[in-house]
Design a protein. Structure first.
Length: 217
């Protein structure tokens, strides 16, 4: 699903689906924190080449002010009047080169395998931050500079997805009896699109929405 701004421009894509028994789903399920895989799938008509990642949360001990130097172009919004309990950062991966992609295609043609996988090389570029706050029993705010997510829902009837709006931007509220996730994509003052996620347990939907709508930069 495309997430658009008020002008109708696409900011990013959120793919919410139940896990299915196909090659990419099996790879995604097995990804450990810090793993990144490039996948070439020969027998599909769209998205033959994809990169699937599971960013590892690395503890950041130098405070938010020091961290701002690494993500300064983002200028994200944060909850007001909230005490920080812990900060983690997510580092990214190098994209495969066109030559490496061609080599995957060649290997598929040569070997007859429909799926070819390569490890992505991790780097030290910050692609996301995660802040745990003390209020309301503790909740987490994730902010990513990448705006394409694939969210796999558990294959049972207890999970619900509702659409909402944050400052005029489409949002998704995903919850079950105990846990919740509110996810949306929003532009900063310079037009940079950022993906926000508020994640926690045992909080009312009204309270979660109140936190999100009160965030400022």
């Amino acid at each position: 699903m495309d997430i658009k701004n008020k002008s109708g421009d696409v900011l990013g894509k959120i793919q919410i689906e139940s896990l299915r028994d196909n090659a990419i789903d099996r790879i995604v399920i097995d990804l450990k924190p810090g793993d990144g895989k490039a996948i070439y799938t020969a027998d599909v008509t769209e998205n033959q080449f994809t990169q699937q990642t599971n960013y590892a949360a690395i503890l950041w001990d130098d405070g938010l002010e020091q961290l701002q130097r690494l993500y300064s172009p983002w200028q994200p919004k944060f909850p007001i009047d909230s005490d920080i309990d812990a900060i983690h950062v997510f580092y990214g991966f190098d994209n495969l080169t066109p030559q490496e992609i061609d080599e995957m295609i060649e290997e598929s043609n040569r070997s007859g395998r429909n799926v070819v996988i390569r490890d992505l090389k991790p780097n030290k570029k910050v692609v996301g931050i995660s802040i745990t706050y003390k209020e309301y029993g503790g909740y987490k705010l994730n902010i990513f500079g990448t705006t394409k997510s694939r969210i796999a829902l558990p294959d049972h009837d207890g999970t619900t997805v509702k659409q909402a709006a944050i400052r005029g931007v489409q949002a998704f509220y995903i919850f079950d009896n105990e846990t919740f996730q509110l996810i949306w994509i929003e532009e900063n003052v310079h037009g940079k699109a950022l993906q926000y996620e508020i994640i926690g347990r045992n909080m009312s939907e009204d309270l979660v929405m109140k936190i999100a709508k009160s965030m400022n930069g």
